[in-house]
Design a protein around this ligand. Sequence first.
Ligand code: NOJ
Length: 561
Amino acid sequence: MKELLKSLPKRDRDLTNDPLWYRNAVFYEVMVRAFHDSDGDGIGDLRGLIKRLDYLAWLGVDALWLPPFYPSPMRDGGYDVADYRGIDPRYGTMRDFEKLIKEVHKRGMRITIDLVMNHTSDQHPWFQASRTDPDGPYGDYYVWSDTDQKWTDARIIFTDVETSNWAWDAHREQYYWHRFYSHQPDLNFENPAVQQEMFDIARFWLKKGIDGFRLDAVPYLFEDEDNSGENDPRTHQFLRDLRKMVDTEFPGAVLLAEANQPPHEAAEYFGTEEEPECHMCFHFPVMPRIFHSLKAEDATRLREVLHDTPVPPAKGQWSTFLRNHDELTLEMVSEDERHQMFDWYAPHPQMKAHTGIRRRLAPLLDNSEQALELAHALILSLPGTPCLYYGDEIAMGDNVWLPDRDSVRTPMQWTPDRNAGFSDADPGALYLPTVQSLLFHYNGVNIERSLMQPTSLLFWMRRFLKARAEHPAFSDGGYKDVPSDNPAVFSFLRTHEDESVLVAMNFSTHQSSALLTLEDYAGGKVKTIISKTPFQDVGDDGTLRLTFGPQSFYWLVVKHA
Ligand code: NOJ
């Protein structure tokens, strides 16, 4: 394995000097505890991640996103932060983290981390002080109330676990507000001291050299009777202030919003060109529609949501994704769609969590090579910066018998050896067991094996990441729907300056054909992207007839006649 990794060619892209780097990057979400364990205690760590950076550089990933690695009681995967400025000793030390930043940059890549502003763990010293000393300096750091009948319109997010957004604190004899688990009290953003703390924490990490933050649960910072606790104007004001500070003091650093909202509301987290908020926003509404369209074998819903998607202000960029460390959330689809998707994708009750499905990409797509390539080609070509999830590049499986979202957070599978090459520990000591299901056992699904097989999904991913990087139309181009006479065939153009890329995809599991209408390109020449070979021309009437294998697709460069 070591030898194989050593022989991999080095990365030839350097994004460290480009202030708009996030627009043409591919992100990779990597959980420190899941990637590689360097000291044999069964838990992945920062030094382990450093050892695996060459692999990520080879793959063509441009930026890492690290979910929380702060000291935490780990009752919500680390999103229950107990110290914003520390490294949980399980993962290493601050020096290890500083080395990680250096090593990432040395390879021309960028590194972003999670900033969990909305809430802390109930073990955070601020909360302990707040509940025991209401008149002290932290008394007003959280949202306290004598009644639990306030803001009853605010939806409950973890519906399967929580029955209210209020929890009783027996010591202070008051209720506190929490949008997630009851052990995660919401911070009180109306208190200027809390806002100041967040600025200082952001500065602390930016000074270390990180390249930005994924802003966790950002719509919920302020609550109010009139807006059900989401998207309050004061939240937007706070983000404008934060952005100003980041742009002034740390130019080039980015803010990426986690706002699970309909397209127009999510887009508000970009702010405007004059008064920007976040550089990037995850595109939550498009993600479940990808899965819907694939199973429905009909692209209509996907076309609709893209039609409803606002174009971000200059410098803004959506971020597309298929899976991440959470459940595949179905909050952004209609009730009908949700039922249908549960039927399709969560046939066993174990597969559901909160309002979503706690499975990984490959099991969701029945481990079909065509479907996996199609889904990836889609997020690599839609407008927005793609964000991949560790392990999906080798079609890693999940373990739905583990609790909550641990099902999709199992150790990375490097080799067919003990613990999948993730750790030297006794297998019983791992933070979570490796996947050993019949179909996805690490014996067969691992990096080493993928590297030995040039036709593997891993090599496919690398090829397509490279092709994407070579065509600025994917990162900077506009999006235009291309009409097709077959609802199973999804087609669109990405155009940047004088380059137009035509993407056409067959969502049907059978052979299909479609007549695409490309009026502006009548008589135009067409070339394939990957092999750069001439293809059939657009007809003089501005139509192009394409035939497809099951779930196959084309990436084509189209020229005006
Ligand atoms: C969003 C995170 O992605 C999720 O893992 C977490 O449970 C909630 N925020 C609460 O912090």
